[in-house]
Design a protein around this ligand. Structure first.
Ligand code: HEC
Ligand code: HEC
Length: 303
C-alpha cells in the first residue's frame, strides 16, 4: 500500500511538472505574440475638421459599435471580465488623464483603428480591427475627427489582458486569436470600399459585424469562441428557419431601431447589439436589408 502511494505521488509530481512546463511555454509563446512589433502600410488619411464630418463620424462611432465598448464619453471601461478569456478593457480615447488623445498623431489613430497596432508597433488586444480594416478613408477620417473633438475625460485604467485559459486556447486552437492584427494583411494595398447607396454591396459593407455572430454566410447557429451561456444566432438569410421572409423592409428597420420584432419578440441588446445599429439612417438600414435579401437562402446553422 505504502509503495503504491509512493508511486502515485511520483506520478503526480511528474504530471504536475509537465503541466507547469507546458503552461510556462504557453505563457512565453503568447507573451512574444503580444509584444511582436508590426510594420504596416503608411496610409495617408485626411482628418476633416468641419462640423458635418464630425457629426457623421459620431454616428459611425455609434453604429460600428465603438461607443458600446469605449463608452458614451469615450472614457473607456471594463467591457468583459471572464476567466475563460481575460479582461477586455477598452482604452480612454480622450485627452484627459489616462487617455491616449494627447499623444496620438493622425497617423497613430489610423494605425490603431485600421490595423489594430499601437504607436509602438505592438498589437491591440480584442478590438475588432479585422472589421474596421475595411472602413473607407472617408469613414475612418470622420471617426478620427469625432474622437479628436470630444472633451477630455479623466479615467485611468489598466490595460486589457488575456487569462491563462485564454492563452492556452489561442495556442492550441489556430482559428482563435485575441490579437486581431494577426488576421489583418498589414502590407496589402487597402481595399476600396463600395460607394454609398442603397445597394447590396454598400449594405454588406455596413453589415460586416453581423457575420461575427450570424456566421460568414449569415445562416446563424451556435457562435464559436463565445461564452457557453450565449444564445445561438438566428438565421438572417431568407432560407429555412428564418423569420425574415415574413418581414417587410419597414419591419426590419423597426426591429433594429426598437429591438422588437414584428412578432413582438424582444431582442436582448447584450447579445444582439441593436443599441449600436439603431444609429444607422433609414437609407443605411435599407441597404443592409437588400443585402440580406440578396444573399443565398440557406438552412439554419450552415455557418
Ligand atoms: C469589442 C469592443 C471594442 C470595440 C467594438 C471597439 N474597441 Fe477600441 N479597443 C477595445 C479594447 C479592448 C482596446 C484595448 C485597450 C487596451 O490596450 O487595454 C481598444 C483600443 C482602442 C484604441 C487604442 C487605445 C490605446 O489605449 O492604445 C483605439 C484608438 C480604439 N480602440 C478606437 C476604437 C474605434 C474608433 C472603434 C470603432 C471603429 C473601436 N475602438 C471599437 C475594444 C473595442
Ligand atoms: C454579438 C453578436 C451579434 C451581432 C454582431 C449581430 N447579431 Fe443579430 N442576433 C444575435 C443574437 C444572439 C440574436 C438573438 C437575440 C435574442 O434572442 O434575444 C440576434 C437576432 C437578430 C435578429 C432577429 C431574428 C429573429 O428571427 O427574430 C435580426 C434580424 C438580426 N439579429 C440581425 C442582425 C444584423 C442585421 C446584424 C448586423 C448589422 C446583427 N444581427 C449583428 C447576435 C448578433
Amino acid at each position: 500500500m505504502k509503495k503504491l502511494l509512493k508511486w502515485a505521488g511520483i506520478l503526480f509530481a511528474v504530471l504536475a511538472t509537465a503541466v507547469l512546463i507546458a503552461l510556462t511555454v504557453v505563457y512565453f509563446q503568447t507573451e512574444s505574440r503580444f509584444s511582436h512589433v508590426y510594420e504596416t502600410q503608411k496610409d495617408i488619411v485626411t482628418i476633416p475638421k468641419d462640423a458635418e464630418s464630425i457629426e457623421y463620424g459620431k454616428r459611425i462611432f455609434q453604429y460600428r459599435g465603438c461607443e458600446a465598448c469605449h463608452g458614451g464619453k469615450l472614457e473607456g471601461k471594463v467591457y468583459l471580465d471572464n476567466p475563460a478569456i481575460g479582461k477586455v478593457i477598452s482604452g480612454n480615447l480622450t485627452k484627459g488623464l489616462g487617455g491616449i488623445g494627447k499623444v496620438m498623431s493622425d497617423a497613430d489613430w489610423v494605425r490603431c483603428i485600421r490595423y489594430g497596432i499601437r504607436p509602438d508597433g505592438t498589437p491591440i488586444l480584442f478590438m475588432p480591427s479585422t472589421e474596421f480594416y475595411f472602413l473607407s478613408d472617408k469613414d475612418l477620417g470622420d471617426v478620427i475627427a469625432y474622437i479628436q473633438s470630444v472633451p477630455a475625460k479623466n479615467n485611468e485604467m489598466p490595460r486589457s489582458s488575456v487569462s491563462m485559459i485564454g492563452r492556452v486556447v489561442m495556442t492550441i486552437i489556430p482559428a482563435i486569436t485575441f490579437i486581431p492584427s494577426e488576421l489583418i494583411p498589414m502590407n496589402a494595398v487597402h481595399p476600396v470600399a463600395p460607394e454609398i447607396g442603397i445597394t447590396p454591396s454598400y449594405g454588406e459593407y455596413l453589415a460586416l459585424s453581423c457575420k461575427v455572430c450570424h456566421g460568414l454566410n449569415l445562416s446563424g447557429g451556435v457562435i464559436p469562441g463565445f461564452p457557453a451561456d450565449w444564445p445561438p444566432a438566428p438565421n438572417i438569410t431568407f432560407g429555412g428557419g428564418s423569420a425574415l421572409p415574413t418581414w417587410s423592409e419597414r419591419d426590419f428597420i423597426n426591429t433594429i431601431r426598437t429591438g422588437k420584432t414584428p412578432l413582438k419578440k424582444e431582442l436582448r441588446v447584450q447579445y444582439m447589439p441593436w443599441g449600436s445599429y439603431k444609429f444607422m439612417s433609414d437609407d443605411e438600414l435599407k441597404a443592409v436589408w437588400i443585402f440580406l435579401e440578396s444573399t443565398p437562402k440557406l438552412e439554419y446553422g450552415n455557418r
